[in-house]
Design a protein around this ligand. Structure first.
Ligand code: THU
Length: 173
């Protein structure tokens, strides 16, 4: 019994990954470009179509040419047909500016029945889409997150939010 346990310990390795991000106590601490991008995301929240969840999300993508493309969540009576704000913004940016790298995305939200006091975190599917464009452009895509009030957190690239990402390199090694 002891020998078996010992062998197993020699094979198994427990590893960990650190992720890095910066927290700003308020939007006042952000640089001007990041603050403006977050403002654009806040504006986009206002035109979200979220009658079913009452959870309105806005996203703003900063392109390499300094244009900003915004999006918001779009829901549907057939629930799975809706789309998150991040993907609406990213797909619109890619559709209108093919081949243009994306430098940053700001995301924020507002709920109908409560105040969102901590940063809103993008869902897994949206992280995967961010990773696709980051990988395509070979340019880090910064992610700026805030709730309705309170602190802001900033990730310098998508790998911080999505370690062990699946990419096109795995399809065509
Ligand atoms: N939603 C987003 O737009 N982005 C996220 O990152 C998380 C969730 C939307 C989808 C749905 O319309 C509503 O928020 C509630 O899940």
């Amino acid at each position: 019994m002891y020998a078996l346990f010992h062998d197993y310990q020699n094979i198994m390795k427990q590893l960990s990954i650190n992720i890095h991000y910066t927290e700003y106590a308020s939007t006042d601490e952000l640089n001007e470009a990041d603050r403006l991008l977050l403002l654009k995301a806040e504006e986009a929240v206002q035109s979200a179509y979220a009658p079913y969840s009452g959870f309105m999300v806005g996203a703003a993508v900063l392109l390499d040419n300094n244009s900003i493309v915004t999006g918001n969540n779009q829901e549907n009576a057939a629930y799975p047909s809706g789309l998150c704000a991040e993907r609406v913004a990213l797909y619109a940016a890619s559709a209108h500016y093919p081949d243009m790298p994306f430098k940053a995305i700001a995301i924020t939200a507002k709920a109908k029945t409560f105040t969102i006091a901590s940063p809103v975190s993008p869902c897994g599917a949206c992280r995967q889409v961010m990773a696709e464009y980051e990988n395509r452009a070979k340019t880090p895509l910064k992610i700026i997150l805030r709730g309705e009030t309170g602190s802001v957190i900033v990730f310098e690239n998508v790998s911080q939010l999505l370690p062990f990402v699946f990419t096109s390199e795995q399809l065509n090694p």
